[in-house]
Design a binder for this molecule. Structure first.
Ligand SMILES: Cc1ncc(COP(=O)(O)O)c(C=O)c1O
Length: 394
């Protein structure tokens, strides 16, 4: 059996007519950059995220960059975030000449450990970027309290978390800004790059609109330097066509996550002391988790990944190298061991297929394959224990 990590064709066949009609409408209009479709998409995403404003941009990466630019963050400023994230979070800070300041993760949720943030705040700190990793929100209450008392800006990196919730509040609606990505593998994916920023602040929304068009207002008059961060109408139309399906797709991901949980427990793989290679399941600490990824934790991760690959199961390691030990951030002066929770997550986590269209047989096959691998590990270990000892002679 084949179980790819993600099968976008399985989703496309269910919405093909709607998407092709949306594309045709844009083609007939010949209005490709910003314009009515982008505005319609902005209204819909703002509404979905319980925010007043949304600003369509070129990608989730540019969303983060534009928010930092809107706050005039640059050289001499510090921005707190986690080293266990996709590169874009930290890249945006560094590109503007500001200094990324890392806080290790909570090893259960993989999100920023809020109890360690206060210790990293200095006079230079300007912003905090919590990342809602894998589709589950960071613990926002303490982040917002710290931000308020130290006058910091909070930019939610919600690239993986559209529609997720923290105490009933939607991702992007709690901080000063929320950044979404429409990268095709996201829960709400475009047919190319795209992104959006949500905010409840009129002035910030206006500033972002100016910044995404090279800082021009009125046209050809530039008070600030921005960039070309404009969302195009084709991507907006596709996102709009998919949005009505997002909640049922999310429900499918949540259903699959529950099914995996049950199957792993049934197989005896997810209980402490089962004697097999144990699997740590993802923990839903914040309802609503939208499961952009279903990430397990195992000790022999690379061997398991190779085994699954050989047996037709696609997996991915998000992320093998935490940001503090990336070559391009060597100038920050960190070394291996500085953020141990992030480093062990990078060594032990594995994302399994979780897309909504997976069949029950496919889910079962994935867990059976993990179980077969665990069985092989166990028999190898038993053979080693009972076999002749190979102590080398002095
Ligand atoms: C946590 C996180 N931040 C930022 C981004 C950047 O988004 P994009 O790929 O749309 O630039 C991504 C997605 O790839 C992401 O997963």
């Amino acid at each position: 059996m084949q179980v790819p990590l993600l099968d976008l064709k399985a989703q496309y066949v269910t919405v093909k007519d709607e998407i092709l009609a949306a594309i045709a409408e844009v083609m007939e209009s010949q209005h490709f950059i910003l314009g009515p479709k982008v505005e319609e998409c902005e209204k819909a995403i703002a509404n979905y995220s319980n925010c007043q404003f949304a600003v369509g941009v070129t990608s989730g990466s540019d969303a983060l960059l534009a928010c930092l630019m809107a706050e005039n963050i640059g050289p001499g400023d510090e921005v707190i975030t986690t080293p266990y994230t996709f590169f874009a979070t930290v890249g945006a800070i560094s590109r503007l000449g500001a200094t990324p300041v890392f806080v290790d993760i909570d090893p259960v949720t993989y999100n920023i450990d809020v109890s360690q943030i206060a210790g990293k705040i200095t006079k230079k700190t300007r912003a905090i970027i919590p990342v809602h990793l894998y589709g589950q929100m960071a613990d926002m209450d303490l982040i917002m309290a710290l931000a308020e008392s130290h006058k910091l800006v909070v930019i939610e990196d919600a690239a993986q978390a559209i529609g997720s919730e923290y105490k009933g509040r939607r991702a992007g609606s709690i901080g000063h800004y929320g950044c979404f990505s429409f990268y095709p593998s996201k829960n709400l994916g475009a047919a190319g790059d795209g992104g959006m920023i949500v905010t409840n602040d009129t002035q910030r929304a206006e500033k972002l609109r100016v910044l995404r068009g090279h800082g021009s207002k009125p046209k050809y008059y530039h008070k600030v330097v921005g960039g070309n961060f404009r969302l195009d109408a084709l991507q907006a139309a596709i996102v709009l066509a998919k949005l009505p399906h997002l909640d049922s797709w999310t429900a499918g991901r949540q259903r699959n996550a529950k099914a995996y949980d049950c199957l792993f427990v049934e197989a005896g793989l997810a209980e402490a002391g089962s004697g097999k290679s144990n699997v740590t399941l993802p923990k839903v600490a914040m309802e609503r988790h939208i499961f952009n990824q279903y990430v397990i934790r195992v000790s022999q991760r690379d061997q398991l990944q190779a085994y699954l690959n050989n047996h037709g199961v696609g997996t991915e390691v998000y992320y093998p190298v935490p940001m503090h030990i990336q070559e391009c951030f060597a100038y920050l002066g960190h070394k291996a061991g500085d953020f141990p929770k992030s480093e062990s997550a990078a060594n032990e986590t594995l994302a399994l297929p979780i897309y909504p269209e997976l069949s029950e047989d496919q889910l079962r096959y994935v867990v059976d394959s993990v179980n077969d691998f665990a069985g092989q590990v166990k028999s190898r270990e038993a053979a080693q224990e009972s076999g002749p000892s190979h102590s080398s002679k002095a």
